[in-house]
Design a protein around this ligand. Structure first.
Ligand code: C2O
Length: 345
């Protein structure tokens, strides 16, 4: 059975999971997923207009008002609705704290972090999140913003996430609000660097994570998650470690044990900035493929699948092979400069 070679969740297995060593959380859907019929993903009609994700710091008031409105509608829905903001956040919690077991395994939990599923899973997640947001507003070309933290102009928390009700968030470190420059090397302590030095350091780290330290797929994508009973891995790729993990912690509140909300997997997606952060991660996957001319070709990886709700409350099964080409998904990233490309340290 070829299906046994791929990785996928057992939908009937959802259980409590550890959000932190000392915190058991329950992020499982209230409805029993096993009784939910799913459909297989199909590509959007190629005649639909392409949606362009743009840098958060360049978007205008009209865009911000629209995005804020869509998120506020999402936040107003009850927990029973899988489109609700909290259910969206809990979807991340489920897959990122190991609340599902892997199919065909005896209680081996499935965690998409620290492995090659990091990029494709988050791409799927954002894709459906964006479709749901779009369905709430009258804008057929609405697309998520990306937090352009790899460029000096984007190296602060984008303003839209500070002063708009649905997009701002309490559980953050206020000492990191603008004009504070992000610290790619953040490990809980302030770098003490001035803004220019910090920018230069970030750019040099970016060069390493995207170019010199990421010459092959294993280095960039992380540990190959092969199926089987013991199938487990915890080996993040370059970009997942830095700046993905470090910026999660940098945004979260210093008053919480793991700098929640952004600092811990179970709570990270409760902060609206999560989606713009991951939009840039997703963009970097595109950039890396362009720079290195590499794509995913492993059948076990391409055939692996996960489940998401769409804007019609329909559960959809999506394969990794469905999301390797974003043109087929109907979106693109605005081309912006890559100021780190010539920053060999
Ligand atoms: Cu699933 Cu940025 O984490």
């Amino acid at each position: 059975d070829a299906d046994k070679l791929v990785t996928s969740p057992n939908l009937t297995s959802c259980h409590q999971s550890y959000g932190r060593d000392d915190l058991l959380v329950d992020c499982c859907p209230p409805e029993i997923a096993a009784t939910q019929k799913f459909i297989d993903f199909t590509f959007p009609d190629p005649s639909t207009p392409q949606r362009v994700r743009r840098p958060a710091h360049l978007l205008d008031d009209d865009y911000i008002a629209k995005y804020n409105k869509a998120v506020s509608i999402m936040k107003s829905l009850p927990y029973s609705d899988p489109r609700s903001f909290r259910r969206q956040a809990d979807m991340h919690c489920i897959y990122c704290t190991g609340a599902y077991n892997k199919k065909y395994s005896n209680n081996v939990s499935l965690n998409i972090h620290g492995s090659w599923f990091f990029f494709p899973w988050h791409r799927m997640y954002l894709y459906f999140h964006e479709r749901i947001l779009r369905s709430f507003i009258d804008d057929d070309v609405f697309a998520l913003p990306f937090w352009n933290w790899d460029s000096p102009d984007g190296m602060t928390i984008p303003e839209m996430f500070l002063n708009h009700e649905a997009l701002s968030h309490i559980q953050r470190d206020a000492s990191h609000f603008p004009p504070r420059v992000v610290d790619f090397d953040f490990k809980g302590e302030e770098s003490g660097l001035g803004p220019e030095e910090q920018v230069e350091k970030n750019l040099a780290m970016m060069y390493h994570q995207m170019v010199s330290g990421a010459k092959n797929t294993g280095l960039f994508m992380g540990c190959a998650y092969y199926p089987g009973e013991g199938g487990f891995c915890d080996g993040p790729g370059t970009l997942e470690l830095v700046p993905h993990n470090t910026l999660h912690a940098w945004v979260g509140s210093s008053f919480n044990p793991q700098r929640e909300d952004m600092g811990a997997f179970y709570s990270a997606a409760r902060d609206p900035i999560f989606y713009a952060h991951h939009s840039n991660i997703d963009r970097m996957w595109e950039v890396w493929m362009e720079l290195h001319g590499k794509a995913i070709d492993d059948p076990a990886r391409l055939g692996s699948y996960f489940y998401f709700y769409d804007e019609n409350l329909q559960l959809v099964r999506v394969k990794v092979s469905d999301v390797v080409n974003i043109t087929n998904l109907g979106y693109a990233y605005e081309k912006v400069d890559l100021p780190w490309l010539n920053k060999r340290p």
